[in-house]
Design a binder for this molecule. Sequence first.
Ligand SMILES: C[S@@+](CC[C@H](N)C(=O)[O-])C[C@H]1O[C@@H](n2cnc3c(N)ncnc32)[C@H](O)[C@@H]1O
Length: 399
Amino acid sequence: MTTSTTGIGLGSIPDWRDRSTALAAGLVAAGKLSSPQWRAAVENVPRHLFVPRFYRHRDGRMITFSADDPRTRQEWADTVYTNTALVTLVDQDEHAGPVFLSSSSTPGLMTRMLEALDIHDGHTVLEIGTGTGLNAAWLTHRLGDKHVYSIDIEPGLVDTARARLAQLGYRPTLVTGDGSAGLPDHAPFDRIIATCSVPSIPWAWIEQTHIGGRILADVRAGTNAGNLVHLTRTARDRAEGNFDATGATFMSLRHHPGADSRIPYTRTSTDLPATTSTTTRDPRTPWTQPVVWFLAAMHLGSSYRIGYAGDPNDGPRAATITTPDGSRAEITLATDRRGHHTVRETGPVRLWRHVEHAHHIWDQAGQPPWNRLGLLVTPDKQTIYVDTIDAPLATIQPT
Ligand SMILES: C[S@@+](CC[C@H](N)C(=O)[O-])C[C@H]1O[C@@H](n2cnc3c(N)ncnc32)[C@H](O)[C@@H]1O
């Protein structure tokens, strides 16, 4: 595994303050930052200290951009104060290739989330997903050491973040562990912000938030299927709120350090007959209809894959959905004379029916966009609804 280290000083980018001031001004101009307090945090915390190197796929290879490599140093310096997410921890999986384990999130998304949480002086905040430590640094700049807690599953990241924060004189409480359990010893919190995605909201997070307090997290069923949800704990036994109008994507929460043990994909059994049907729904639903795909993906398990089939010279011919049990749906992009796409399914489970069903319930509900969808979280059930809980749309199984 490739780990990032501390190791660089403020002087690595002598004009960093000009750059961080320009970054903050750009975020203000783009409507992603408005409060003077968070603007001061962006301006005064040197992002390059938290991202001494990042990784990018280029020309089929993973390239490291680093402060201490003369070949990539200039590009590193030119990138680190831009409004870009930067991958900072990568694992090489023998079969799946590079797996991204940590990143410094897009600064404009971070400021948007911090402002949406309506954080005030004196609030105590728990962050799930310390990563580089940059968000913890902004929080500590704003609230002070005693009011900031952050947890990450990767011990190396936590140690490194602690050292970087100390370089700036910040000493928030950083913990190594599985953030899905929250931080019971330090609860309750006024705000919880998760910078990794979860398939459902852990009840521990609600229990560890003051009544009236807020939680912001990315609820995600799998690839392309999820969004941020803004929750308020409204009573002892419930939290509720709406999905975000704009949307955002975070890497998934893992229960162990390092890459997840990948679920092996089995080959489709040739004993099982293939079936063919037709559909008028968009075969590109996973890419074009985020709400519908979220509703469908909840039934596919988090390990599904989506993609395209076709000849590299002729371009894609069909959209594909596959699951580890060997089930596969292939939906032609072209239509026949009646405007129908052909759906060919193999393996034990007919996957496309979940997409048809999701389209159906979304149509029946009046095709609501993300921000008309609400989430009610109780100890034993999580319900997605349209506008009011009297109009339930789907249930998320708590994990
Ligand atoms: C997008 S990065 C976080 C970025 C970070 N907030 C920053 O400012 O750099 C997501 C982080 O979630 C962490 N993570 C994954 N599973 C976790 C878990 N169960 N508990 C806590 N952190 C976890 C990853 O190790 C990764 O560092």
